[in-house]
Design a protein around this ligand. Structure first.
Ligand code: NDP
Ligand code: HSE
Length: 423
């Protein structure tokens, strides 16, 4: 078989990782011939020798090359040059392999149409959960299943930050710098911290699971910015770990999607996932529950996923872009998850005054929200008092109504932090 002629645009963490695999002596070295590379800065020192490969200052010029089978896009960014290069390749009928979840989550519908119109394919195993082959699992391994739930830890940077803060008591900003140094974080790390990156991945998985289109509007997004050491300590005391959980839950034709910091029971395997490791749990019928755990970011794991897509194209394994598991063919509606019925963790920040606890318990009782556990941390110098409680199972809208009422009392100095609990 003739090798695929590929052009690689983006030679950072993932791009350089891919070239290392291609220059090795594994199957990829026989399956591809690199006909061009492009990045921003030609003179930047790279961990691989690219002196023998034609260099393109403009990634779009490389995408236009007539002698090209596949454009490998590893630059990043939902719009801008990455998208223009991908569109150029697709219009010319070239296949695209990408790790760019932002581009797929926000522009995937139009790109999938362009691919279909030009008989080209878009492959994106690396876009979700780095080295874990979860895209293939949904598109291929579970293709005959009805998916009921997808949930897990899908952002390595935020999980690394939560783990390090918990284990070492180090400051948020300091740990974030480590994640950037390790090549885990996005070029704009805000997306790692505010839930946006995990949200991009989740809507891609939902689209595959329900043969729909990635829907980044209908997702509740909350990041880890508000999590304080007191939350990590209190959760641990109560038998839980704090994780940034992405979840997509099917019920009666509606798929509720969210990314939120959540409490996960220590007995749940997802609670044990530390550092840059990702975990994706899929509940489906008839297969049951599967949990995938592995490296969710970094050069080697991500490049491994890109390489697998290239090998699929080499062997001509064909699938439509977002079609995967939808045994029934039912059309579903995507929604945010603010209809969730769950146990919740609530942290109030209050002034240290008599009667505050009574106000909390009276108000919750009037709204039929039952308290499961209650914890008051000793006052911190010059700071508000943290009162932590967990509720029994209740509707989130009911809990919000009670908390809105409490916010009218002057002792409640900050908006309470709410996290759902997964046992
Ligand atoms: P990096 O920031 O490490 O690398 C980006 C590369 O793109 C660099 O080589 C850069 O050039 C090049 N580039 C950026 N802008 C331009 C431009 N305007 N024109 C030409 N080249 C440009 O990113 P990563 O390798 O970490 O990520 C790449 C993609 O993979 C992103 O979509 C990311 O979301 C995704 N991803 C990353 C993972 C990870 O663990 N890092 C995991 C999963 C997905 P130069 O080197 O000259 O600066
Ligand atoms: N920034 C992402 C993360 C890279 O930390 O998970 C992997 O997609």
């Amino acid at each position: 078989m003739k090798p695929l002629k590929i052009g690689v645009v983006g030679l950072g963490t993932v791009g350089a990782g891919l070239l290392e695999i291609a220059f090795g002596n594994g199957p990829l070295s026989k399956a591809v011939e690199i006909v061009g590379v492009s990045a921003r800065n030609k003179s930047r020192k790279r961990p691989v020798d690219i002196s023998n490969i034609p260099w393109f200052d403009d990634p779009v010029e490389l995408a236009k090359l007539s002698d090209l089978d596949v454009l490998v896009e590893l630059m990043g960014g939902a719009d801008g040059p990455a998208k223009v290069a991908v569109e150029t390749a697709l219009k010319a009928g070239k296949h695209v392999v990408t790790a760019n979840k932002a581009m797929l989550a926000e522009n995937g519908v139009a790109l999938a149409k362009l691919a279909a119109d030009n008989n080209a394919e878009i492959r994106y195993e690396a876009a979700v959960a780095g080295g874990i082959p979860v895209v293939k699992a949904l598109r291929e391994g579970l293709a005959a299943n009805k998916i009921k739930k997808i949930m897990g830890v899908m952002n390595g940077t935020s999980n690394y930050i939560l783990t390090e803060m918990d284990k070492t008591g180090r400051q948020f900003a300091d740990v974030l710098k480590d994640a950037q140094r390790l090549g885990l974080a996005e070029a704009d790390p805000t997306l790692d911290i505010n839930g946006g990156d995990a949200g991009h991945k989740l809507v891609i998985l939902s689209a595959i699971a329900y043969s729909g289109a990635p829907d980044f509007k209908n997702i509740t997004l909350e990041g880890i910015e508000e999590i304080e050491p007191v939350d990590l300590e209190s959760a641990k005391f109560l038998g839980y770990a704090v994780k940034l959980i992405a979840s997509s839950i099917y019920e009666n034709g509606v798929v509720r999607q969210s990314v939120r910091p959540s409490l996960v029971a220590h007995s749940n395997p997802i609670a044990q996932v530390d550092g840059a490791t990702n975990a994706v749990l899929i509940e489906a019928d008839p297969v049951g529950t599967l949990t995938f755990i592995g490296s969710g970011a970094g050069a080697g794991p991500t490049a491994s996923a890109v390489a697998s897509d290239l090998l699929d194209l080499y062997f001509e394994a064909k699938r439509p872009v977002f079609t995967g598991s939808s045994a029934t063919g039912e059309e579903v509606r995507f929604a945010t998850d603010l209809g969730l019925s769950s146990k919740f963790y609530v942290r109030f920040s209050v002034e240290d005054k008599p009667g505050v606890i009574a106000k909390i318990s009276d108000t919750l009782a009037r709204h039929q929200v039952s308290i499961e556990s209650f914890l008051q941390k000793p006052p911190r110098p010059n700071a508000s008092v943290a009162i932590i409680l967990t509720t029994q199972k209740c509707d989130e809208s009911t809990l919000h109504a009670a908390l809105d009422e409490l916010s009218n009392f002057s002792e409640f100095v900050e908006k309470p932090l709410i996290m759902p609990i997964f046992e």
